[in-house]
Design a protein around this ligand. Structure first.
Ligand code: NAD
Length: 266
């Protein structure tokens, strides 16, 4: 399918995990792709090579753009570089995100601020630049990488779950504000996905089994299964959808503890 042919897309934090899978999928669908990375130029180059290969000869371009999404000056420079290279932008994916486990009463304020800066300030800064560009052009698409923790609490990951909770309102408020200007803003809420952010359990069979035992579909997702939802939301196939989070979570948002009727005396 070439649903994104001729579209120009910027994906933040795209040199690994879900962001990398989105870059690959968008290229397969015909988009020009700007791969943002914060550090690790070699890994970013590897991603670019993967994206080139994924095109399989169909036309399109991919560029690398270094920026820390939490820094305003980095973000404005990144947009200048991307729009300079592609001529315009059609799709922004706010994917970059970090987390760190700490009991909430022990969180250093620097860690709290850093996680909010990357996961929430970054999407705000990038969305602001994108909207400034979209408005005179008559529209565009923003897709946020949220999480099931947009709506499910996550003890010991307070800053992370606050950031994803905030992302729900970032998505909805921007969607409402710019619905009449041709700009659609949506989010994807993944459950557990096999990516480097989950290094604590992906390579440990016992820990992974433990994680997967909580998931109604009994398995974690492949990054490609999340990327396909982004491709749908970036394409005109979702032309009447705005302000929504699509949860791609194997059933995690379905209150799995209620699989059996434990509260009704049966
Ligand atoms: P990942 O660690 O592979 O990807 C995160 C990316 O963000 C990395 O490439 C990292 O370099 C980049 N990044 C970090 N700080 C940055 C900054 N300041 N500026 C630019 N880039 C920065 O993990 P992932 O699982 O692919 O995570 C991607 C997104 O998916 C995150 O927002 C995460 O919260 C979300 N998510 C992941 C899962 C999961 O289970 N893997 C579940 C729900 C949501």
């Amino acid at each position: 399918m070439l649903r994104l042919q001729g579209k120009n897309a910027l994906i933040t934090g795209a040199s690994s995990g879900i962001g990398q899978a989105i870059a690959v999928r968008f290229a397969q669908e015909g988009a020009n792709v700007a791969i943002n990375y914060r550090s690790g130029a070699a890994q970013a180059e590897e991603t670019r090579a993967l994206v080139t290969k994924a095109r399989g000869g169909t036309p399109g371009r991919e560029i690398l753009v270094q920026a820390d999404v939490s820094q305003e000056s980095d973000v404005t420079r990144m947009f200048e570089e991307v729009i300079g290279a592609f001529g315009s932008l059609d799709v922004l994916v706010n994917n970059a995100g970090i987390q760190k486990p700490t009991p909430s009463h022990e969180i250093p304020v620097e860690d709290f601020d850093r996680i909010l800066a990357v996961n929430l300030r970054g999407p705000f800064l990038c969305s602001r630049e994108a909207i400034r560009h979209f408005l005179p052009r008559g529209g565009g698409v923003i897709i946020n990488n949220s999480s099931v923790h947009e709506i499910i609490p996550k003890p010991k990951y307070l800053s992370y779950s606050i950031s994803k909770g905030g992302m729900e309102n970032l998505t909805k408020s921007l969607a409402l504000e710019y619905a009449g200007s041709g700009i659609r803003v949506n989010a994807v809420g993944p459950g557990a996905v096999v990516t480097p952010i989950n290094k604590a359990w992906i390579d440990n069979p016992q820990a992974r089994m433990d994680v997967e035992s909580h998931i109604p579909m009994s398995r974690a997702a492949r990054p490609e299964e999340i990327a396909s939802v982004f491709a749908f939301l970036a394409s005109n196939e979702s032309s009447y959808i705005t302000g929504q989070t699509i949860f791609a979570c194997g059933g995690l948002t379905l209150y799995p503890e209620f699989r059996v009727a434990w509260s009704s005396g049966e």
